[in-house]
Write a protein that binds this ligand. Structure first.
Ligand code: ADP
Length: 276
């Protein structure tokens, strides 16, 4: 091996060691995936992190969606840079129990697009696992970009005992892509904890009747067909949009959305305890 190659290999080894040290301090690693963009993956990842941390768990939320990072916005952290102390990135502490890191926290201009090729993205994700002062965690929730590209692959290969949660909307066009996500997880041997159906019906605030705008039940049917747990449904809730735009994550959700989200978290915890 040439001299430069040796130096690179030893750097990689050192980084692998740091990544392993961090991962050993994390009880559960969960990547939130979706087949398509815009189905509410980041919203679900943010809500999972908030609900689990409100229940007393120590949670880290990592946004590796380098091309469309939205976690910072959901927590009102847009434009806030991550501090670096003694060569370690310091996560934003949203609450005592919830630490948040997004690629946006490294950008000078949060509105400028990132034009990065695979190796740069892979390196960035590895650094978020090796060089962030997360501390011990009960949960590391990773918000991955939609699809089955470099980012979920890097997570699956680097975070070896990671498990996936797949978010979808109920209509067939989204479900076709969910089946690809399931196959991806099977190919990389990443267990799927379950499927969540988002934007499942709209409850009219005036008359109380439910309108199934994107249909309903498709996520559950797909889970059944693939023999994967169905974790639950979230309705279309204008409060999700208000909360997200205001950077408040969950403050304006309707009671029904909060109840459904709590049900999803309960089911997730049950699945995790079954797996142990
Ligand atoms: P993704 O991460 O899959 O691209 P986002 O979580 O960014 O999707 O959500 C896309 C848009 O849909 C956002 O504007 C978000 O506020 C909105 N949204 C997500 N879930 C819901 C919901 N249950 N009800 C209403 N709007 C939602």
């Amino acid at each position: 091996m040439a001299c430069g190659g040796k130096a690179q290999a030893s750097q990689n080894n050192e980084q692998n060691q740091k990544i392993n040290q961090f991962l050993q301090q994390v009880k559960h690693k969960i990547v939130v995936m979706s087949g398509k963009g815009g189905v509410g993956k980041s919203t679900v990842a943010a809500n999972l992190a908030v609900f689990l941390s409100n229940q007393g768990y120590k949670v880290g939320l990592l946004d590796v969606d380098v091309h469309g990072p939205s976690i910072s916005g959901l927590f009102g952290l847009t434009g806030l840079k991550l501090n670096i102390i003694e060569e370690q990135l310091q996560p934003h502490s949203f609450t005592d129990n919830l630490k948040v890191v997004s690629i946006q926290g490294l950008l000078d201009d949060p509105d400028s697009p990132l034009i990065w090729r695979g190796p740069v993205k892979i390196n960035m994700i590895r650094q978020f696992l090796s060089d962030v002062n997360w501390g011990p965690l009960d949960f590391l929730i990773i918000d991955s970009p939609p699809g089955t590209g470099d980012e979920p692959l890097t997570v699956a290969q680097t975070v070896t005992d990671c498990k996936a949660v797949i978010v979808t909307t109920p209509q067939e066009i989204a479900l076709a892509d969910v089946r690809k996500s399931i196959q991806f997880c099977q190919a990389v041997k990443m267990p799927v904890l379950g499927i969540i159906e988002n934007m499942s019906g709209f409850v009219c605030p005036s008359c109380g009747s439910t309108h199934e705008i994107f249909k309903s039940g498709g996520g559950e049917k797909t889970a059944l067909e693939a023999n994967i747990p169905f974790l639950g449904k979230l309705p279309i809730d204008p409060g999700v949009v208000t909360a997200g735009d205001a950077g408040q994550a969950i403050d304006s959700l309707t009671t029904r959305t909060k109840e459904n989200m709590q049900g999803i978290v309960d089911n997730l915890l049950k699945e995790l305890s079954n797996e142990q």
